[in-house]
Write a protein that binds this ligand. Structure first.
Ligand code: ADP
Length: 167
């Protein structure tokens, strides 16, 4: 099944100079990168991305983490990987959410840690199912930023400019 998945190299991954290492590991999947950008994460984007964690005690710390406030790196590398079974392939290489429980050769097992405040710093985000992948990709990217057509979009006129937006 051809799928797409959102991959983020989180601020700890950027601070630890892990981008090359993580991209090399992900290239083993033979998936294609169809979108990529460095982005400064607003509080609104962070909250929308992690809306499902809102009730968790570490939510505020998590928002600070993805915004880069814990690492002095106010940026995230956001990418869309596309291809056969993309979601499971990337999740397997990433490893379990808790870096202590992740397979020790996985990305999170190799590079993650638990902070003194109890937050899992795990270097990478990747979508966990097709529904979330669609929601997350549409949240982080405009249609024109992705080189493959994957979800329905439409042209809208915004401030006299025609722009492609998600339907
Ligand atoms: P995943 O990132 O594997 O899809 P979740 O969506 O459940 O997992 O969690 C989002 C992020 O919140 C995790 O990647 C991790 O940084 C943090 N996190 C999740 N669960 C915990 C927890 N029990 N304690 C501390 N941090 C957590």
């Amino acid at each position: 099944m051809i799928q797409q998945t959102l991959v983020l190299i989180k601020p700890d991954g950027l601070k630890k100079s892990l981008t090359g290492n993580i991209l090399t590991r992900l290239s083993e999947t033979k998936l294609e990168i169809v979108a990529a950008k460095i982005i400064r994460v607003s509080r609104e984007l962070a909250i929308q991305h992690y809306w499902h964690m809102e009730e968790r005690p570490f939510f505020e710390e998590l928002i600070k983490y993805i915004q880069g406030e814990l690492h002095g790196r106010k940026k995230v590398l956001a990418m869309v990987y596309h291809g056969e079974n993309a979601i499971e392939k990337v999740r397997t290489l990433a490893g379990a959410t808790n870096p202590e429980e992740a397979d020790s050769v996985s990305i999170r097992g190799s590079f993650g840690r638990i902070t003194t405040k109890g937050l899992y710093e795990n270097a990478i985000h990747c979508s966990d199912n097709e529904k979330n992948a669609e929601r997350e990709i549409k949240l982080w990217f405009f249609p024109d930023e992705i080189i493959v057509d994957m979800y329905n979009s439409e042209i809208k006129e915004i401030d006299n400019f025609k722009k492609k937006v998600w339907k």
